[in-house]
Design a protein around this ligand. Structure first.
Ligand code: ADP
Ligand code: MG
Length: 509
């Protein structure tokens, strides 16, 4: 007996294992399809400094569902359209920069799912910023070869501004997916208050207007940090450099925050001559170099120019806009890093108002501005929030408390390609703990203020109840009229309450 051998294309792999990318059943698949299209729409706008206006349309068609998403983004070069929608692992986001997309996979999963459940292609209409034309394609995927199949192409003078419209007819269960999809869109509005999101669904429409016209500064493309290298990455970088480049020059050119002094010091520490030519390095040298680069602890910290945190100001706006709480606060932590990857943690906490009481804080998790709706139990945020004793912060459950967390990084340690939970990397866990505790302290201050004010008010009400009686008694032993005494007593009480309020406010500072 002989075995039969063959290769497997990337498209075939994901066709067979679609559940690992979130396409496990018609409900989840519909949610995931909307999510992939909206993520791409947001990447095409906010990353390029454009205020996003995104229209999402869902229309059930006997047993199938049409999903349409339109954006005002930068558009796609027409010659790239077939590949970006028809080849698994193809995209423009394989750069060191914070974006929602990372794998070059998302929209192809939606195309694959539509293709195998309804047989229909994806329809794309796109127009670039400086182009006079718009291009309309219908694309499918040749699963066996992982190549795009163009079913139709039309070119015409453009009718509107720039942007992209993507339409799919797929299998999906709107009835069951509705809650998740609506919640996904609301959460997107929370983290991106500068976006206008219009949703037209079978049960009516939803319009979330932007609460701010302020866009966080877009992320810039950066270089790798020397701590983030491995032998393979070094090999590729060396292949792209001249053989005559010296080691010091190579380190300076290719890595984040490495100047001449740092590079020279490192070479000396690692036992390499600073002017070793790249062409002279052997495989063993490369192995030592990669290991030493990871070990060296005097590199500068990774620069966060590749990241785009939302900012405490916008986060607080977002959470107030969507949750309508009585109290809200937000924190953006300073940049940190793990394994050479820069990251920033942001946290917002809201309390009271329209937040429903629950037995544990309600979580709104985000990673690179993507709302994470599934697998909460596996996420590091849940672990951190559960490990905190909330009574320290005067929170007594059931309590109306919600916590929003945002981790942004050039490499989010997701637990799967479906991007639903962040792994418990110790550095990220520590930053989250610090930020959530800080928000907790602010909440405690607020709650004790409310408590104190309440106590003062109670004192006022109690005393007021007896003023009449006391005035009458005093008028009996004094000759003044009851009215005059009452007015005096009222005046005294007013002063007392004011004094207590001021004393309390001073105590706070
Ligand atoms: P990823 O988002 O991880 O890169 P996708 O498969 O979702 O992977 O998308 C592939 C590529 O298609 C993106 O990198 C982007 O270049 C392009 N793209 C997809 N949708 C849009 C859009 N609405 N506007 C502009 N470019 C888009
Ligand atoms: Mg994507």
């Amino acid at each position: 007996m002989t075995e039969k051998y063959k290769g497997l294309s990337a498209a075939e792999f994901f066709y067979k294992n679609r559940e690992i990318a979130g396409f496990s059943n018609p409900t989840r698949a519909l949610y995931q399809t909307v999510r992939e299209l909206v993520e791409n729409a947001l990447d095409a706008t906010e990353t390029h400094g454009i205020l996003p206006t995104i229209k999402v349309m869902i229309k059930p068609l006997d047993g199938k569902v049409m999903v349409k998403v339109e954006d005002n983004g930068i558009g796609i070069p027409p010659e790239e359209i077939p590949n970006v929608f028809g080849r698994v692992f193809y995209g423009s986001k394989y750069q060191l920069r914070q974006t929602r997309g990372v794998f070059g996979l998302g929209v192809k999963m939606a195309v694959l799912y539509a293709q195998i459940t309804t047989g229909k292609p994806i329809r794309v209409v796109s127009s670039m910023q400086n182009s006079e034309f718009e291009y309309e394609y219908e694309v499918q995927i040749d699963i066996q070869h992982n190549t795009p199949v163009i079913l139709s192409l039309k070119v015409r003078k453009k009718r509107k501004g720039h942007g992209t419209l993507v339409e799919l007819i797929t299998e999906g269960n709107w009835f069951l997916a509705r809650r998740k999809i609506e919640s996904y869109l609301r959460r997107t509005a929370m983290i991106a208050p500068y976006a206008t999101i219009l949703f037209e669904g079978p049960n009516g429409s939803l319009e979330i207007k932007r609460a701010s016209r302020k866009l966080p500064p877009p992320p810039q493309v950066g270089k790798y940090h020397p701590k983030g290298v491995d032998i393979e990455l070094l090999k590729i970088m060396i292949r792209n450099s001249s053989k005559k480049t010296t080691l010091v020059e190579f380190l300076m050119e290719n890595f984040d925050g490495v100047g001449k002094i740092t590079a020279t010091k490192f070479c000396e520490w690692a036992g390499f001559s600073p002017d070793t030519k790249l062409g002279k390095l052997t495989m063993e040298d490369l192995e030592v170099l990669a290991r030493k680069m990871k070990e060296y602890n005097k590199w500068r910290r990774p620069k966060p120019i590749t990241l785009s945190p939302v900012s405490a100001e916008l986060l607080e706006k977002g959470i107030r806009h969507v949750l309508n709480p009585e109290f809200a606060t937000a924190i953006t932590r300073p940049p940190s890093s793990y394994g050479g990857n820069p990251f920033i943690v942001e946290v917002a906490l809201a309390y009271g108002g329209e937040i429903p009481p629950s037995n544990t804080p309600i979580l709104y998790r985000f990673a690179n501005r993507i709302p994470l709706l599934y697998d909460e139990g596996a996420d590091v945020v849940r672990k951190v929030v559960d490990s905190i004793d909330w009574s320290i912060y005067k929170v007594k459950f059931p309590a109306p408390i919600a916590i929003l967390t945002h981790v942004c990084s050039t490499k989010i340690p997701f637990k799967g390609v479906g991007k639903e939970a962040v792994a418990d990397v110790p550095e990220i866990e520590k930053e989250l703990t610090t930020a959530i505790r800080e928000a907790g302290r602010r909440l405690r201050l607020y709650l004790s203020k409310v408590e104190k004010m309440y106590a003062i008010k109670r004192r006022k009400v109690t005393i007021e109840k007896y003023i009449g009686e006391v005035a009458r008694a005093l008028a009996y032993i004094d000759d003044s009229s009851e009215k005059v005494i009452m007015a005096k007593l009222r005046e005294l009480l007013k002063k007392d309450i004011e004094r207590r309020g001021v004393a309390y406010a001073e105590e706070e500072q």
